[in-house]
Ligand binder design. Structure first.
Ligand SMILES: NC(=O)c1ccc[n+]([C@@H]2O[C@H](COP(=O)([O-])OP(=O)(O)OC[C@H]3O[C@@H](n4cnc5c(N)ncnc54)[C@H](OP(=O)(O)O)[C@@H]3O)[C@@H](O)[C@H]2O)c1
Length: 239
């Protein structure tokens, strides 16, 4: 049984992904940052074990992956899903808002990939899928920090894809559009209504619609797909 590890896998897109991978026959582990009530509820509902650590912390990622692997066996599929927003116009953005987003969204991806890549190379199999964003492709007002991290994931993933292809490891990005999760729940309703007018499909994505694409990219069938960014945005932006 293949093992999948989903960061931020206890809420929103990550929870839907962890569930979809379990439904597809994977042994799944999910990580979270600090909301242990939500994580424990999710674990109780699904039977998926949950682990808490900050993906921005290099050492914690190494130790965390070791703890997961002791319970599940080696990680075959890594989904870098944990991410945050700290929106502000650049002329009002604090150093802390910049750094937090860079450290979690981009640093977290490096830390987690670094923790699993040697094992994947030795075993000559791996699937890495990282959660980008439509706003990393199009840019967005108030999100220079967030968009920078999501765009950077693409260059990172293309490079790692080139380094890893000969070892049967694929590395891809999914760039969701606006999806019905707590992250979007934090957007003021009037702003969200304006955003929805720019989505040709006329609605938010469901987390399950993003999760299905992760399951596909994680599969054996997707072995020839590497270094791509798959947009799932209801037609909002066509790169
Ligand atoms: N929702 C959208 O419209 C949308 C669109 C495009 C891209 N995305 C991307 O999709 C991903 C998931 O988004 P979402 O809306 O599902 O988010 P969400 O509902 O806010 O869930 C985020 C998850 O990440 C975890 N997390 C946050 N910071 C962490 C940290 N430092 N270390 C470990 N885990 C951490 C959270 O755990 P705790 O709750 O315990 O902190 C939670 O499990 C993100 O990368 C986001 O940028 C979302």
């Amino acid at each position: 049984m293949r093992v999948a590890l989903v960061t931020g896998g206890t809420a929103g897109i990550g929870a839907a992904t962890a569930q979809a991978l379990q439904d597809a026959g994977y042994r799944v582990a999910a990580t979270y940052g600090s909301n242990s009530d939500a994580a424990n509820r999710f674990s109780k509902q699904t039977g998926i074990p949950v682990f808490a650590w900050n993906v921005a912390d290099f050492g914690a990622c190494r130790e965390g992956v070791a703890r997961v692997e002791a319970q599940t066996g080696p990680v075959d599929v890594l989904v870098n899903n944990a991410g945050i927003t700290r929106d502000a116009m650049l002329h009002k953005m604090s150093d802390e808002q910049w750094r937090e987003v860079i450290d979690i969204n981009l640093g977290g991806c490096f830390n987690m990939c670094r923790a699993v890549i040697e094992g994947m190379r030795e075993r000559r199999f791996g699937r890495i899928v990282s959660m980008g964003s439509v706003n990393g492709l199009s840019g967005q007002v108030g999100q220079s920090n967030y968009a920078a991290t999501k765009a950077a994931l693409i260059g990172f993933s293309k490079s790692l894809a080139l380094e890893s292809a000969s070892r049967n490891i694929t590395v891809n990005v999914i760039a969701p559009g606006y999806t019905d999760t707590a992250m979007v729940g934090a957007v003021p309703p009037d702003v969200l209504a304006t955003i929805l007018k720019t989505v040709p499909v006329g609605r938010l994505a469901t987390p399950a619609e993003i999760a299905r694409a992760v399951v596909f990219l994680a599969s054996e069938d997707a072995g020839f797909i590497t270094g791509i960014t798959l947009s799932i945005n209801g037609g909002k932006y066509m790169p």
